[in-house]
Design a binder for this molecule. Structure first.
Ligand SMILES: *Cc1c(COP(=O)(O)O)cnc(C)c1O
Length: 823
């Protein structure tokens, strides 16, 4: 019976999904706890309302003003009814979001003559935790503490206290969906009534109400204050609510601030007096002009939501049905050695032991079959390519995440000191993950979303072999070194823009920081000062710099079609002419960030140059230069190092721990600490091996894809075999994993480790169009310890015998022979 009902619901959603949510395209949206999606019907209904009526500022007497006023009061009433709240017992205060509602309560309590004490549950959202900064005393409680208060410990705990006390908790954790009983409010109210001590309850319903009915029909058991964000239920508008129980509302009058809208009469100048509005509670708390258009939209949202999904009970049934499918699907995934693929932090929605169940949120982490944690950053790279929208990281829930991951306060502080911030690349620290993957469902989620997510995890993270093989690593070809030559030389003068192919007859200079003119320039966002990346702005691939040594110019043209751009080309001299830059004083260069690192750069002041790039990309940006030879923040160092899959000795002696990621070999070369680079991400020079690309391409083609050109990898040196028979290609594919040195022409290069990849390799450098390959196939064939590698970092080693002309100006050319020396 129940099953029939949810299947019917699911079919109904499948039928309207394309029409109502065109913005989904073929993506899988599973971040409803972040915000749910707005439907086309909702946006249409709102537009119609706005066009049909004239809504003026409510603080006047005109008809347009009255129209707004009456509409707002109707909607206020409807929202209260939506939560079964009797308007005689409750008032609704419109706020910007749940956080603003929490701050309003916090402001009022801070206004109490003796301040207030604050207790919050461990599963609280950061927005609740922050209230502790305003309180005289604060304490984080777990479920056991709260239960003990209710059953008797409250009296003794509060014996010597006189201050107003606020207890806050989430009705549902935004991290793992766990629910906390609404009955706590009544229990605590009873406990406090046995004492002289007054305790107020603040319920954070922001996550709970998104997919469940909140029933405030029994005012005696309801929280004193309930906060929520409407956009999380309806997808639109951006608006929040604070529902206040009228009989406890007087404490809110302790708030000191008043503003336009919340005050009746104000005397300024010689005397300072004001009278707050008293007729209606909400009038005394809604500062300034109400978000009138958002409130109008909320009226549409209530109506359309009901039309599309029925009641909140229907939504709750549907989403918990999907969540339990998802939960079981993920939990049952096993590697072939029987170990689980997912470590679950949520509990099943239909867990019989918990009366409350769980919201439609599944929080988990992934592990390899030998138990290594999968990096969240790496998971995101694949999820993005598969158009999956989920949330990863700390999720604004410090207590919940720490409890789930077993992170002690000292570990969190140590991670912070070690440079870890939410969203970092290196998110596995000391063998522990620093965040979780959160999949959350909403009213318009369907069975197929759940199935597609589970299939994705299975496809990429379930290891289907027992015993585990050593992943594909290049062969060690010692006595039979390949017959390699330089196929192409590329420089990328402007970081993240198109490449410049070094002419076949040129001898290109090799500098300590890399090939001459490589990544010496970049584009900086005017607002943030960050260096722009092609990952974010794929169109940068069509910005094509070229180096002309005969005129000593860097010329930049644009290969795309844009009607707005005025010039099609700009040039700057290769020499550093300080007159061209904004500040001649090098100590006052522009502070910016490249790959998360603080650097100083020189910005070109020409308006033509700035306009050229800003017009192409449609964002305010400037050309900047980072010339070699700086110091302090005008200097960067290589970060590349040997990866664990590359170390032969480790492979032979200690395969197990290497695969577990326990043993990371130390940087093979402490010099690389000091090896200078310009604006490249990691190292002076990046090389790729065409035989590896040939094998990768044959794998892509096997899976129905099309082959990827070498340009996608943005290497500086492309090395090819002179004999490209299939067996030869297969034989030398990925042999670069084991290269130690490469002698190109007359010069020696040292390898610095494999190159870790992200989905930038998926941008077609000719067209700037992004696809899923080659990253998807790389992830299946070249993933070690959860990271994906292709290509090898290198640097030039200065000649041992100085004094020769070669040692003064090393160069390489297309066609040079390359001889490798293996690890
Ligand atoms: C989203 C959320 C918040 C914060 O909501 P805002 O709209 O960002 O103010 C607070 N608590 C929980 C449980 C949430 O899910």
């Amino acid at each position: 019976m129940k099953e029939d009902r949810v299947i019917a619901y699911n079919d109904r959603i499948e039928a309207i999904r394309k029409e109502e949510f065109p913005m989904l395209h073929d993506g899988i949206y599973l971040d409803h706890a972040g915000t749910t999606l707005y439907s086309k019907s909702l946006m249409d209904s709102f537009t119609t309302e706005m066009m049909k009526n004239m809504f003026g500022n409510p603080h006047s007497a005109s008809t347009s003003s009255r129209c707004t006023m009456s509409r707002i009061e109707n909607i206020r009433h409807r929202v209260l009814r939506f939560f079964n709240a009797d308007p005689a017992e409750f008032d609704l205060i419109f706020v910007a979001n749940a956080t603003a509602g929490i701050k309003l309560v916090s402001d009022a309590f801070r206004g109490c003559p003796e301040g207030f004490d604050f207790y919050y549950h461990q599963a609280s959202h950061t927005s609740l935790v922050g209230v502790r900064q305003e309180a005289r005393n604060s304490l984080c409680l777990d479920t056991k503490d709260v239960d003990e208060w209710i059953t008797g410990r409250f009296e003794s705990d509060m014996a010597s206290r006189s201050r107003a006390t606020l207890f806050a908790y989430p009705a549902q954790s935004n991290m793992d969906g766990r629910r906390y009983p609404l009955s706590w409010c009544q229990g605590l109210r009873k406990a406090s009534s046995r004492t002289e001590h007054r305790l107020y309850t603040l319920l954070d319903a922001a996550a709970y109400v998104t997919t469940s009915p909140l029933d405030l029909s029994n005012a005696a058991s309801a929280p004193d204050f309930t906060v929520l964000s409407f956009y999380k239920i309806f997808g639109f508008p951006d608006l929040g609510g604070l529902i206040v129980k009228r009989d406890t509302a007087s404490i809110l009058k302790q708030r000191r601030y008043f503003g336009g809208g919340t005050v009746d009469t104000v005397v300024c100048a010689k005397e300072q007096w004001h009278a707050s509005k008293t007729e209606n509670l909400h009038e005394a708390l809604e500062d300034g002009t109400l978000p009138i258009h958002n409130i109008i939209a909320l009226g549409s949202a209530l109506e359309v939501h009901h039309k599309l999904y029925g009641s909140m009970t229907d939504v709750a049934l549907h989403t918990s049905f999907l969540a339990s499918k998802l939960y079981r699907g993920l939990k049952n995934l096993r590697h072939s050695n029987g170990e689980p693929v997912c470590v679950m932090y949520s509990i099943p929605t239909d867990d019989a032991k918990t009366v409350l169940g769980n919201g439609p949120i599944v929080a988990f982490n992934l592990r390899s079959q030998l138990g290594a944690w999968i990096s969240l950053a790496e998971f995101e790279k694949l999820a993005v390519l598969k158009k999956i929208h989920v949330r990863t990281g700390g999720l604004c829930n410090p207590g919940g995440v720490a409890a789930a991951l077993g992170l002690e306060p000292w570990e969190i502080r140590q991670n912070f000191s070690a440079g870890f911030r939410c969203g970092n690349e290196n998110d596995i620290i000391n063998g522990k993950p620093t965040g979780v993957i959160r999949v959350s469902l909403g009213a318009m989620s369907t069975l197929s979303d759940v199935e597609r997510l589970t299939a994705f995890v299975e496809e990429f993270y379930r290891e289907n072999y027992n015993p585990p093989p050593i992943p594909r690593i290049g062969p060690i070809v010692e006595d039979d070194t390949p017959d390699l030559f330089v196929n192409a030389i590329m420089v990328y003068p402007i970081k993240s823009c198109g490449g410049f192919r070094v002419p076949a007859d040129a001898s290109w200079e090799v500098r300590p920081e890399g090939l001459a003119w490589d990544r010496e320039w970049c584009l900086l966002h005017h607002g943030t000062g960050l260096a722009l990346s092609q990952k974010r702005y794929p169109r940068m691939a069509l910005i094509r710099p070229s180096i002309d040594l005969s005129t000593s110019q860097l010329t930049v043209s644009y290969q795309g079609s844009l009607p707005r751009i005025e010039r099609t080309e700009i040039s700057v001299p290769l020499s550093v002419n300080s007159n061209l830059f904004q500040s001649k004083d090098t100590s006052r260069m522009k502070e910016s960030r490249v790959c998360g690192e603080g650097v100083s750069m020189m910005i070109y002041k020409s308006k033509d140059i700035t306009d050229f790039f800003s017009d192409i990309l449609g964002i305010p940006c400037a050309l900047a230069r980072f010339p070699p030879g700086g110091s302090g923040k005008s200097m960067r160092h290589a970060k590349a190092h040997l990866q664990s899959h590359q170390s032969r000795s480790i492979l032979q002696n200690d395969t197990q721990s290497q695969l577990n990621g326990i043993h990371t070999p130390p940087d093979s070369d402490s010099e690389s600490e000091r090896r200078r680079i310009l604006l490249s991400n990691e190292s002076p020079i990046l090389a790729i091996n065409m035989s590896s690309l040939a094998v990768l391409n044959s794998n892509i083609i096997k899976n129905g894809g099309i082959s990827i050109p070498a340009e996608a990898f943005r290497a500086n040196i492309v090395l090819g075999l002179s004999s490209t028979s299939p067996s030869n290609l297969e034989k030398y594919a990925y042999s670069e994993d084991n290269w130690k040195r490469v002698r190109i022409g007359a010069y020696d290069f040292k390898t610095l480790g494999a190159c870790r990849r992200c989905h930038m390799v998926c941008i077609n450098q000719e067209t700037a169009v992004k696809s899923a390959e080659p990253f998807i196939t790389l992830a299946k064939t070249r993933r070690f310890n959860g990271k994906v590698f292709f290509g090898v970092h290198m640097c030039h080693i200065p000649a041992v015998t100085p004094g020769t002309s070669e040692s003064q100006r090393p160069t390489i050319s297309v066609g040079d022979k390359a001889v490798v020396d293996t690890l």
